[in-house]
Design a protein around this ligand. Structure first.
Ligand SMILES: Nc1nc2c(ncn2[C@@H]2O[C@H](COP(=O)(O)OP(=O)(O)OP(=O)(O)O)[C@@H](O)[C@H]2O)c(=O)[nH]1
Ligand SMILES: [Mg+2]
Length: 306
């Protein structure tokens, strides 16, 4: 005896709840096999809607897959937020970028990479919020392999530690990065310093994690200091010239020649001298040539033939 159609529909919905991708497709196929073979009427409709469900499930998993393939780069540098679930990664990115990102007290709130661009000293720094990294990630626990793939290609890591949680947890997550042999500039962040239990943990963690920055995304304490550190680790310098309103952003170690080429490709042929003031100058308005190495916050006037 076939069940009344409404009850059958309810049962199907229940069976599919929480299933995605392959698991959902398999379950739909199983249901189709079990259904009585009517091609018309209510049961015909149920069959049709299940066929449609197969298509939408396929499309959905395709989209998910694409989202996950990587993050397209934007800006001068990219940093990735790495840490255990619920450490406060999304809260930090919301704070830095002003973008509204879902945060919650439960683990795995973030399910895919979320990039945002943060302006820092005139440079555009892309910060990528990632799903939480867990123990066993190098063996793909919590889809860890893809996360690690993204981290391997980034310019720097913001490693976030929940100061309210047990010390060993942060260590285990950090070991996954070591296992994956990731050697990128890293900034250690101890978050939730506003909580009463945080201080005690912070003292222990400071021994293990070099230059740990203590902050609270809730109160904003320590955020300014973090921004300074990101700037330091980004290996960029800003140089002010009379030719542009915004500072020019260059790699650390860049020369006057690099700057001139960046301003305009034809400027190099006409270049005569550069007049510099600031950190790289021996004295104000020093005249230098193309080989001179610039420093962060320099002011440069380019003198060229007309
Ligand atoms: N007290 C306090 N709570 C915070 C702070 N930062 C984040 N939280 C809370 O911690 C919880 C987790 O924050 P999220 O930003 O969602 O953490 P996440 O690291 O992105 O978590 P996943 O996406 O699950 O990996 C939320 O309930 C936040 O409100 C902080 O500085 N102080
Ligand atoms: Mg998150």
């Amino acid at each position: 005896m076939a069940l009344p159609p409404d009850i059958q529909k309810q049962k199907i919905r229940k069976r599919l709840t929480g299933l995605e991708g392959k698991a959902r497709l398999n379950e739909i196929k199983k249901i189709l096999e079990e259904l009585p073979g009517y091609k018309t009427g209510d049961y015909g409709q149920i069959r049709k809607s299940l066929m449609k469900e197969i298509e939408t499930t396929k499309t959905r998993s395709k989209i998910k897959h694409q989202d996950w393939l990587g993050v397209s780069r934007q800006g001068h540098k990219q940093f990735c937020l790495v840490g255990a679930p619920s450490a406060g990664k999304s809260s930090l990115l919301s704070k830095l970028s002003g973008m509204k990102i879902k945060t919650a007290e439960y683990d795995f709130t973030t399910l895919k990479p979320i990039p945002a661009v943060v302006k820092l000293n005139g440079a555009q720094i892309q910060i990528v919020d990632l799903p939480g990294l867990i123990e066993g990630a190098t063996e793909d626990a919590g889809r860890g392999k893809r996360l690690i793939g993204i981290v391997k290609n980034t310019d720097g890591i913001l490693f976030m530690i929940d100061l309210a949680k047990d010390y060993s947890k942060a260590e285990k997550v950090y070991n996954e990065l070591v296992k994956a042999n990731i050697q990128k500039p890293i900034i250690f962040i101890g978050n939730k310093i506003d909580l009463p239990s945080a201080n005690e943990n912070a003292i222990k963690l400071k021994n293990k994690f070099k230059d740990l920055i203590l902050l609270s995304t809730l109160t904003g304490e320590g955020i300014g200091y973090l921004k300074k550190e990101i700037w330091e680790k980004s290996n960029l310098i800003r140089v002010y010239t009379e030719k542009t309103d915004e500072p020019m952003i260059l790699k650390k170690g860049s020369s006057v020649e690099d700057l001139v080429k960046k301003i305009h490709k034809n400027l190099l042929e006409k270049f005569k001298t550069a007049i510099i003031s600031g950190p790289s100058a021996k004295f104000s308005n020093q005249r230098v040539g193309l080989n001179h190495t610039l420093k962060d916050n320099d002011k440069v006037e380019i003198v060229s033939e007309r």
